[in-house]
Design a binder for this molecule. Structure first.
Ligand SMILES: [Zn+2]
Length: 394
């Protein structure tokens, strides 16, 4: 049986770099369930302001965003992107109060500990170290924080990216602090994500008596044909280790009576697609596959999330810098992955801006007893410190 040592403060923690633990506990204490910032962004703004950042906070439709900037003069422009919002937590099954940040067996417990207040706390410590001596630094560093990543993300990082574009700011690279690691911190980073697209399909047939099917068009039978066509699409533009998959998520035929051919069927499906595609390509493939059924179908597309991908580039390569920092701290190169759900990285990635996600382990995210070991926090802080030092030291 496991013995639990529950501590509610960091005082009995003898490990170094306690600031990262204290910051994480502070952040967990803000009940920032999407889209409420609940003081978390105010606190971050205060911290960054004290370090010399210019901060701009703006709220739209209940979502709070923060753009904080420090410039060391000419040079590349890099950003850290993160979210302080969390999914809800119901206290009854937790070892500790989910917004307490209590330490259990040398891990910080709480909603958001891994996704992704831990990353934010570690980046804050790394940023403090970066700002200790700014004499020989170059470039500009942005912090881009939102309170709506876990929700619809309509007014979060999308608006931040638009704001930067309006100001004529083009990022050279962006580090996203999402939890990407698998078994050990730094073993996996994400240099892209698959895209996602949902659809709602109305299938129209013609009702009639089941005994006289020649006079009807059976919407249930049509739906079977649609499922077959959708699931047989050959996604030829898939990239290696980034496969497209389409899953039908619902089929609904209302008012089923046993002597009547149904006239209508509603179907929903979701596509997770390789970075070899953009959402427009996916729509084209699906419409082509459904071809001659078009007269009986109406498709409404929902919740599109574009794919993105960052390859290595010749000079000033953020991907190489992150790989190098991980190697320095952990002794191993990270695995590059594009798996998992969507992330805010998609709002910043483009043909110029490299986007790399690198963070703590994701084994407990969105779960009861979400937690992050203190040793992992210290490791990710070291990785971030190394990355920042490499990026801004001339
Ligand atoms: Zn997250």
């Amino acid at each position: 049986m496991m013995t639990l040592a529950i501590q509610t403060s960091t005082t009995s923690n003898t490990q170094p770099n306690q600031a990262v633990v204290a910051y994480l506990q502070q952040l967990i204490g803000f009940k920032s369930i999407t889209p409420n910032q609940a003081g978390a962004i105010d606190w971050l703004e205060y911290q960054l302001n004290s370090l010399g950042f210019d901060c701009e906070q703006f709220t739209f439709n209940g979502v709070t965003n923060l753009i904080a900037k420090v410039s060391f003069g000419e040079g590349p422009i890099y950003a850290f992107s993160g979210h302080i919002d969390v999914v809800p937590a119901c206290a009854e099954h937790w070892l500790v109060e989910p917004f307490s940040g209590a330490i259990v067996n040398n891990a910080v417990y709480g909603r958001g500990a891994a996704d992704m207040k831990g990353g934010v706390a570690a980046m804050l410590c790394a940023t403090q170290k970066l700002m200790v001596d700014v004499a020989h630094k170059q470039g500009t560093f942005y912090w881009l924080i939102t309170s709506d990543e876990e929700g619809e993300a309509e007014y979060g990082s999308l608006l931040i990216a638009e704001r930067l574009a309006q100001q004529g700011i083009q990022l050279d690279g962006c580090i996203v602090g999402e939890p990407t690691s698998h078994v050990q911190v730094g073993d996996t980073i994400k240099n892209g994500r698959r895209g996602a697209l949902s659809a709602r399909l109305s299938i129209a047939g013609k009702a009639g008596h089941v005994a006289y099917p020649d006079n009807t068009v059976n919407a249930a039978h049509l739906s079977a044909d649609v499922v077959k066509r959708l699931t047989n699409i050959d996604w030829q533009q898939d990239e290696a280790s980034s496969n497209t998959s389409l899953q039908v998520t619902g089929i609904n035929i209302a008012n089923v009576v046993d002597n009547m051919v149904p006239a209508h069927c509603e179907m929903t499906f979701n596509v997770r697609y390789s970075h070899g595609y953009k959402s427009a390509d996916i729509k084209n493939e699906i419409q082509f596959a459904l071809g001659d059924l078009a007269n009986n179908l109406n498709i409404e597309w929902e919740r599109p999330c574009e794919s993105f991908y960052t390859a290595h580039q010749g000079s000033h390569c953020l991907l190489a810098q992150v790989e190098q920092a991980v190697l320095n701290v952990t002794g191993n190169y990270p695995l590059l992955s594009t798996s998992g759900g969507t992330s805010d990285g998609r709002f910043f990635a483009n043909s110029h801006t490299q986007v790399i996600e690198c963070g703590v382990r994701n084994n407990t995210i969105h779960q009861v007893n979400e937690h992050v070991p203190i040793a992992d926090l210290i490791k990710i802080e070291q990785i971030y410190t190394k990355i920042l030092s490499n990026l801004f030291n001339g």
